[in-house]
Design a protein around this ligand. Structure first.
Ligand SMILES: [Zn+2]
Length: 216
């Protein structure tokens, strides 16, 4: 089963946020070797070379090509223009988020498409949320240093990554109507999701596919 968001579905843009139930859907999507960095690269057409290049975000404008990221608590963010011509998938854990992978993805899309930020839509998928994500001073010190305005107004020991991502997208010029969110916590819903924090060893490395496909 995949979760969908109306921001894309209403425009006929094929996408899905994965759950625990297996499916062949989206398995042809291109994914990079994720390293919790802030690199966003083009998912080139043609055969995938192994080992895959490292990146935590990929974009494509090749007809019918799909890009994907794998998550199990980290935040998947999918992007598209309203016509489904330039699409991107981003994997954002706390490190990648603090290092600015979302602004990086937005800037890449703007450069390659020649469009404006106002032409893009973003959907934030299910992830670990502040209800289940207390983090220590070593994380907060990095967050405060890189995102002082957001840190000043949150003032909590729990990290709300989706909210920080929303703040970053707004900083790049996204307006409220351009940002969608599937507001489910992957730890609170073990019946639906694999969770790194919630399941520990029992997860056995399993994670969920999140993908978006360029229109044909
Ligand atoms: Zn939770």
């Amino acid at each position: 089963m995949f979760l969908r968001h109306p921001l894309f579905s209403s425009r006929g843009i094929e996408h899905g946020f994965g759950t625990r139930s297996d499916s062949s859907e989206g398995k042809d999507a291109f994914s990079f070797r994720q390293v919790h960095g802030s690199n966003v690269r083009e998912a080139e057409a043609g055969a995938v070379q192994e080992p895959r290049p490292e990146a935590d975000g990929g974009w494509t404008s090749v007809p019918r090509r799909a890009v994907a990221v794998w998550t199990a608590d980290c935040v998947p963010v999918l992007f598209s223009d309203p016509e489904g011509v330039f699409v991107a998938a981003v994997h954002a854990g706390w490190r990648g988020t603090v290092r600015g992978i979302l602004p990086e993805a937005v800037r890449s899309l703007v450069v390659v498409s020649g469009r404006n930020t106002s032409d893009f839509l973003a959907v934030i998928g299910p992830s670990i949320k502040s209800c289940c994500y207390p983090v220590g001073e070593e994380v907060w010190s990095e967050v405060r240093q890189s995102w002082p305005l957001w840190s000043a107004r949150t003032g909590s020991s729990a990290l709300d990554l989706p909210d920080l991502i929303r703040h970053q997208l707004e900083g790049e010029g996204f307006r409220t109507g351009q940002i969608g969110e599937i507001s489910l916590c992957t730890v609170c819903h073990p019946e639906l999701f694999f969770s790194h924090r919630g399941m520990g060893e029992k997860r056995a490395g399993r994670s969920m596919l999140n993908y978006i496909r360029r229109k044909g």
